[in-house]
Write a new protein. Sequence first.
Length: 277
Amino acid sequence: TEIPNNNIDENCDGELLVIDDDMDGFNSDEDCDDANANVNPDAIEIPNNSVDEDCNGNALIIDDDNDGFNSDEDCDDTNAAINPDAIEIPNNSVDEDCDGNALIIDDDNDGFNSDEDCDDTNAAINPDAIEIPNNSVDEDCDGNALVIDYDNDGFNSDEDCDDTNPNVNPDAVEIPNNGIDDDCDGFDLISSATEIYKHAIKVYPNPFKHATRFELLNGQIGTKTFKLTNISGQQVHLQKFDASVLVFERGNLSPGIYFYKISNDDSIIAIGKIIIQ
């Protein structure tokens, strides 16, 4: 029986049996897959395909970071923390889970990612926002909610009508006829007439968050005007009403001190202040 590829004519037929079925120049006794011309001892090994292209007895596997993912599926085979099973860390410009995308989270679409935005559900809160004082909110994400109380009397600037004078605040005792609104009710006590105005009405609750009730105590009839101003003297609300009771809802008004005046065509019926929390 002729033995192939040994340069011996065992059967004396005058021919040496040479087998190289894939015609790659390597006989079947040295070619580990003589049906595939791409597999032979001179072939370049292709890693991670379970094929021994160069017939050295080993299929080349590359997993340089030893994370269990070969280099053809691991998008960074030098870092074991990066592979298809890794947990994506947002906003670090790294594609940990090799899905082709670095995870970016900016839920409120204000241009600041969740790792730098202290409230990523509110677009008005981010490191570039303007801080609004005395509202217990850290708009600019600097770690502090801005509180302004220049005169250190315990009343912030949004409720203190003179934040440069500690003797003037909503808890101060009104001094009559001094030209100063000591208790920030919108009026300087000049005569007993102001006290009459105050006693002509019951306001409750006050302070309030959502709505308050104005109840006229002297039974005034006819159409009356309700006017509300802020501590800067700007009119923020005006309405007419006929009943002796008015329920006022704050609507979009910000927290702070406001001054009301209720009048009719002939005179002032009641004046005072309300505090919106």
